[in-house]
Ligand binder design. Structure first.
Ligand SMILES: [Zn+2]
Length: 340
C-alpha cells in the first residue's frame, strides 16, 4: 500500500497531505510602497512521492509558461497526484510588471543564480528562490519562450551529461532536444549544484500566447509526472514519439539589410543550399536570397521582417536521422493543430 504523504514544510509553514495552498513569498516593496511577492501554489498529494517544481517567467516577458502552469493546476488529472507539485508561474515578477525579460536594473535573473543575500537585486531574488523553493524540490521544469519577435519550435534544452535530466527530457515527449551545457548563473546551474535535475522547455515567442506551444507544454509536464510515477500511467498505452537530439544548431544571419520574406515555418526541413527566404529593399529590385548553409530543421525563427545585415533570421538544428525527425515533427504538428 502506498505510504501516506508527509506534510511538506515550505516558507515556514507545513502543508498537509491531500491539500493545496497558495504562498506569497515576499521579495520587498516597489518604490511605490506596494508589497511585492512571488506567488507559489503547493499541491500535496494523498501519498508520498517525488517533489517536482514547475516554474515560468524567469524572463519576465515569456508568458506561455505562465499559462502552462495555470492549466496544469486546473487539470482534472492532478487529483491523482502522488508526491508534491510546487508551481511558480511568475518568478521574475518585477520583469513581468515592466513587460520585460530583465529586472529593473537590466540584469537577467537567469544569470544571477544561485545569488546571495547581500548581492544585487537579481542575486537576492535568486538566493531567496533557491533557499525557499528550489532546495525543497527533487526535480524541476523551467518554462521559457523565444525572445521578443522570435519563436522557438517546442523543444527541450538539457545538459545531456546529467543522465537524470536527460531522462526527464526524453519523458517530456516533444520531438526536439537540444544539448545545452549549463550556463553560469542559470537556474539549471543552481539545480546542478544541488543535485536537482532541471530541464528547460522553450516554445513560442515572448509576450504572446501560442496555443500549440502551451498545449504541448501541459502534455509534456504531465508526461514527466507520469515518468516520475507522480501520476498513474495512461489507460490506453499510447506510445510516445521519440525525441531527437540535435548534433548542433546555429542561426542563419541576414546577408543584407532590408525586409525578409521567409519561405519556411518552424519545423520545416531544408536542404543545404536551399533558398530559405529573400531579403529585398522597400522599392524592390535588390533581392538577396538567404541560403541554407547546411541541411537541417528550422527550430527557431524571427517574426519581424525588418532586418539589418548580421541579424539572426532562422535557427537551424543539425540531426543525423533527419528523415525520422521530419516525420515525427509532422506528426507533432498535426497533433497540435497543424500550426506552430
Ligand atoms: Zn527565457
Amino acid at each position: 500500500m502506498a505510504r501516506r504523504s508527509q506534510a511538506i514544510e515550505i516558507f515556514g509553514q507545513s502543508i498537509a497531505p491531500s491539500s493545496q495552498q497558495t504562498f506569497n513569498i515576499p521579495i520587498g516593496q516597489l518604490y511605490t510602497h506596494t508589497d511585492i511577492h512571488i506567488p507559489v501554489q503547493v499541491v500535496n498529494g494523498k501519498t508520498s512521492g517525488p517533489v517536482l517544481m514547475i516554474c515560468a517567467a524567469i524572463h519576465g516577458d515569456e508568458l506561455n509558461g505562465i499559462e502552462v502552469v495555470r492549466r496544469v493546476l486546473k487539470a482534472p488529472w492532478l487529483k491523482n497526484l502522488r508526491g508534491t507539485l510546487i508551481a511558480v508561474p511568475m518568478v521574475n515578477v518585477l520583469g513581468i510588471i515592466h513587460r520585460s525579460r530583465y529586472l529593473p536594473d537590466r540584469r537577467d535573473l537567469n544569470r544571477c543564480f544561485p545569488g546571495s543575500e547581500k548581492g544585487s537585486l537579481g542575486g537576492r531574488i535568486a538566493n531567496l528562490f533557491v533557499q525557499e523553493i528550489l532546495s525543497k524540490c527533487q526535480y524541476a521544469i523551467d518554462l521559457h519562450t523565444g525572445a521578443a519577435h522570435r519563436s522557438n519550435m517546442p523543444q527541450i534544452r538539457v545538459h545531456l551529461e546529467n543522465q537524470q535530466a536527460a531522462d526527464l527530457a526524453q519523458a517530456f515527449g516533444v520531438p526536439l532536444v537540444i544539448d545545452a551545457p549549463i550556463r553560469d548563473g542559470s537556474l539549471r546551474g543552481a539545480g546542478d549544484d544541488l543535485g536537482i535535475p532541471i530541464i528547460t522547455y522553450e516554445a513560442g515567442e515572448a509576450l504572446r500566447f501560442d496555443e500549440p506551444a502551451i498545449r504541448a507544454g501541459v502534455k509534456g509536464v504531465r508526461n514527466v509526472m507520469m515518468h516520475l510515477k507522480m501520476l498513474p500511467p495512461r489507460k490506453a498505452s499510447v506510445p510516445t514519439a521519440p525525441s531527437f537530439i540535435a548534433k548542433s544548431s546555429s542561426w542563419v544571419r541576414a546577408p543584407a539589410d532590408g525586409l525578409f520574406r521567409s519561405k519556411l515555418q518552424l519545423g520545416d526541413r531544408v536542404a543545404r543550399g536551399e533558398v530559405m527566404g529573400i531579403i529585398d529593399g522597400p522599392l524592390g529590385g535588390s533581392e538577396t536570397p538567404v541560403l541554407a548553409p547546411f541541411a537541417g530543421i528550422v527550430i527557431g525563427n524571427t517574426n519581424l521582417p525588418l532586418v539589418n545585415e548580421g541579424e539572426a533570421l532562422l535557427h537551424l538544428g543539425r540531426f543525423d536521422d533527419i528523415d525520422d525527425v521530419e516525420s515525427v515533427v509532422e506528426e507533432f504538428r498535426q497533433e497540435f493543430d497543424g500550426g506552430l
